[in-house]
Each structure stands twice: as structure tokens, then as C-alpha cells.
Design a binder for this molecule. Structure first.
Ligand SMILES: [Zn+2]
Length: 277
């Protein structure tokens, strides 16, 4: 029979404590993606409690909660604008801390012929504001009963031309960082749902061109931009691999490509973290 002597007890306690952080390894949690607790990345935060799924929020937004190997975990999208250091998820009114590690993304300089796409005029600004108001609820979509896959297929074949997070300079002027990744592909090539979801918004937008917002469930949302053609309608339910549109170069684009953004809890993150190898 195994008994812990009084003398051995502190050593045993230390061992248990040392084993603690291993639980924070998402592979150990049985989650199918690579965590990266950096700005533009994803943190996996172990939550207290063993009962029903707790409700968690981050920066006021509801957060995806999953059953891990040893309890509930929050899968938290970290915005590119987040500062490295201590942060917290709120769980039933209690803070659960985690740490954001630093990451510096490379710079990218882009030359655009249309100066209005760099510095929009007053009319464009009004249009952009209207579009942002339409997009805001799409980014936060949480369709009833839909549980998101956390493994995604690349929505269209092709090499990556611009990675996520690039600090962008258009015609010498700094602009918002790249909130998605770009896949080089010929115009007309099929764009397919990287995972199941429901179409929550389609439209022709100033920067994104013809675009489809696909909600995968629990705050996980894809945006496909610059399409030549949209082949789905708002409210349509799609399976992984279903056609949603065709590659194009509408909106602010220097050539045909697919721009794919992935969002968790209204924070754009690097889609590559969830790509099936
Ligand atoms: Zn892009």
C-alpha cells in the first residue's frame, strides 16, 4: 500500500504543483490546434469548476468554452492591439489570469494606384462607417446551437502571399495591420467553407469588396473578401467544403487573391493556427 510519510508530503505537494502547468498545454487538453498566446494569437485558459460549462468573457465579449481533458478551458482570441503582459478572462464574475507574450510582426509596403483606397474621401468615409456598423454584429455572431470545429481546411488552394499581422504601409502611409491571410489564386477559383457554419452577412464593401461572413458557432467567424462572385445567401447553412464564392480582386486588392480572416470573441487571429496540416 502506498502511504505518504509526513517527511515526504512537502515533496509530493511540490510535484503536484509542478505538474500543474502541463494541464495548460492544449495538446494535453485534447484541442486540435496550436496555441499561441500573443497579440493576434489564441490563448487556452484553464477554468475553475467541474460542473456545467461556465460562462466566460474577455474584454466584455463572450468567449468559446470547451471541455478539455481535465475540465473546462476558454479558447481566447487575442486582438493584434493587445499589449503583452498579464491579462484575464472573467468567469462568473471572477478573474482568471493568463499572460500575453510579445510578438512583433514584419512590415509590408504596398503601392496602390487608387489613392482613394489609401486616403478615402468624405463620401467613402461615410460608406466605410455604414459598412462597419453592418459588420460589427457579424463579427460577434453566436448562432444558437452551433458548435465550431477548431480545425479548418484552407478555403482555396494556393500559396500564402501576405501572412496575418503584417504592419502595413500603403503608399508610404501606415494603416491598420493585416487582419487575415492572403492566398494567391486565379480569379474564378472556387472558395469553399473551411468548416461548417451559417452565412451571417454578404455584401460589396469598400475595402473587402464582395465578401461573405460565415459564423462557425460560439463567436468563431470567417470572412472571405475580394470575391468576384458570391454563391451563398444570408442565413444559408453550409457544410465544410461547400462553395461560398469565387476568387476575385474586388475592393482594395492589387491582384486576384482570397483574403481570409478568422475571428474569435471579436478578435481577428491568425487562421494558420487552426489549419489542418
Ligand atoms: Zn488580405
Amino acid at each position: 500500500m502506498f502511504r505518504i510519510s509526513r517527511a515526504a508530503a512537502p515533496a509530493f505537494a511540490a510535484l503536484v504543483l509542478a505538474a500543474g502547468p502541463a494541464v495548460r498545454n492544449p495538446q494535453a487538453e485534447g484541442l486540435p490546434f496550436k496555441p499561441s498566446p500573443v497579440p493576434g494569437g489564441v490563448a487556452v485558459v484553464v477554468l475553475p469548476g467541474r460542473g456545467a460549462a461556465p460562462k466566460a468573457t474577455y474584454r466584455g465579449e463572450p468567449v468559446l468554452v470547451r471541455q478539455g481533458a481535465k475540465g473546462w478551458v476558454a479558447v481566447v482570441g487575442i486582438p493584434l492591439s493587445a499589449k503583452p503582459g498579464r491579462d484575464e478572462v472573467e468567469v462568473e464574475g471572477r478573474p482568471v489570469p493568463f499572460t500575453i507574450k510579445p510578438k512583433r510582426y514584419p512590415e509590408q509596403r504596398i503601392r496602390l494606384k487608387d489613392e482613394r483606397q489609401v486616403t478615402p474621401n468624405a463620401e467613402d468615409e461615410a460608406r466605410i462607417a455604414r459598412e462597419q456598423a453592418l459588420m460589427a454584429p457579424a463579427w460577434k455572431a453566436w448562432p444558437e446551437g452551433l458548435v465550431p470545429s477548431l480545425q479548418f481546411q484552407q478555403p482555396t488552394p494556393g500559396g500564402l502571399t501576405s501572412s496575418f499581422g503584417l504592419r502595413r504601409i500603403f503608399n508610404g502611409q501606415p494603416r491598420a495591420p493585416h487582419g487575415g491571410l492572403d492566398i494567391k489564386a486565379p480569379a474564378g477559383q472556387a472558395v469553399r467553407a473551411p468548416a461548417a457554419g451559417v452565412v451571417v452577412l454578404t455584401g460589396d464593401f469598400f475595402f473587402s469588396g464582395n465578401a461573405v461572413f460565415l459564423a462557425h458557432g460560439q463567436g468563431v467567424v470567417s470572412l472571405f473578401a475580394h470575391l468576384s462572385k458570391i454563391t451563398v445567401a444570408q442565413g444559408q447553412v453550409v457544410k465544410a467544403g461547400d462553395l461560398v464564392g469565387e476568387v476575385g480582386q474586388t475592393g482594395r486588392a492589387t491582384g486576384p487573391h482570397l483574403h481570409w480572416s478568422l475571428s474569435l470573441n471579436n478578435a481577428r487571429v491568425d487562421p494558420r493556427l487552426f489549419l489542418r496540416p
